[in-house]
Write a protein that binds this ligand. Structure first.
Ligand code: SAH
Ligand code: DHB
Ligand code: MG
Length: 230
């Protein structure tokens, strides 16, 4: 993990925004407790970002969501909450221990029946999703070294008009100094892939708060494009 260059004010303002705008409910507090209890890393999205995911899913009118990187299901619950009855989330998680914690949290939050957790390395489980209905929304938030590969898979598994969101695209600014961090170069390469791809319209937003200095990239698969990936 990149060291957070925390500045006074950011986290406090985020706490205010969370308390004022994000009513996640006791289920979300329970997810955080489960992460701590299991000794898992506290690398879930911030509550404000989780609710942003929910709103983006709703704005998109998504009914099929793909997530890469489940952890304890914090972002998964927000993604599921953005959809009407009948919506479905497929979420890919490498570690069986994380998937087990997530399964409990999703069930307790009342979205368990909407979510399928695929356990294993995402590059092994994503190919098994080929041939299904395209996904309307993809959230990429797993091992950063595979971000470009995950973008290529997202293109194979979506349709024109689908939305792709990628977490952690600023990484404390190390994307400008890739040698400073092993993941920085891969994150930068993913941004360059998004900018250069004729299949995507993309931008990114920097964030500062409880998770330090980071951000999201957001892309839409272009209308009129064949979604052939590479
Ligand atoms: N999206 C979650 C946080 C995910 S943290 C949230 O915001 O709540 C990243 C997760 O990706 C971890 O649980 C980690 O085990 C998982 N991961 C790491 N490498 C992976 C891989 N190759 N395939 C699938 N998941 C992976
Ligand atoms: C890390 C991973 C994340 O997805 C995140 O949002 C923050 C930190 C990490 O691996 O350090
Ligand atoms: Mg993340």
């Amino acid at each position: 993990m990149v060291e957070h260059q925390r500045r006074p004010g950011w986290a406090e303002v985020e706490d205010f925004l969370s308390a004022t705008l994000v009513q996640g409910g006791t289920e979300m507090a329970a997810v955080i407790e489960s992460i701590d209890a299991a000794g898992m890393p506290r690398i879930e999205v911030a509550p404000t970002a989780g609710k942003l995911l929910m709103l983006l899913v709703r704005i998109q009118g998504a009914r099929r969501v793909l997530e890469i990187g489940t952890l304890a299901g914090f972002s998964t619950i927000w993604l599921a909450r953005g959809m009407p009855d009948g919506g479905h989330v497929t979420t890919c998680e490498y570690l069986p221990e994380h998937a087990a914690v997530a399964r409990r949290n999703l069930d307790v939050a009342g979205v368990g029946s909407m979510v399928d957790i695929r356990v294993g390395a995402a590059l092994d489980t994503l190919p098994t999703l080929l041939g299904g209905e395209p996904y309307d929304f993809v959230f990429i938030d797993a091992d950063k070294s595979n971000n470009v590969n995950y973008l290529k898979w997202a293109l194979k598994l979506t349709r024109p008009g689908s939305v792709i969101v990628m977490d952690n695209v600023i990484w404390e600014g190390t994307i400008l100094d890739p040698d400073a961090d092993p993941d920085a170069g891969a994150i930068r390469a993913a941004l360059e892939f998004m900018g250069a791809s004729p299949l995507l319209d993309a931008t990114a937003i920097q964030t500062a708060g409880s998770k330090g200095w980071d951000g999201f990239a957001i892309a839409v698969v272009r209308q009129g494009s064949a979604t052939l990936g590479e």
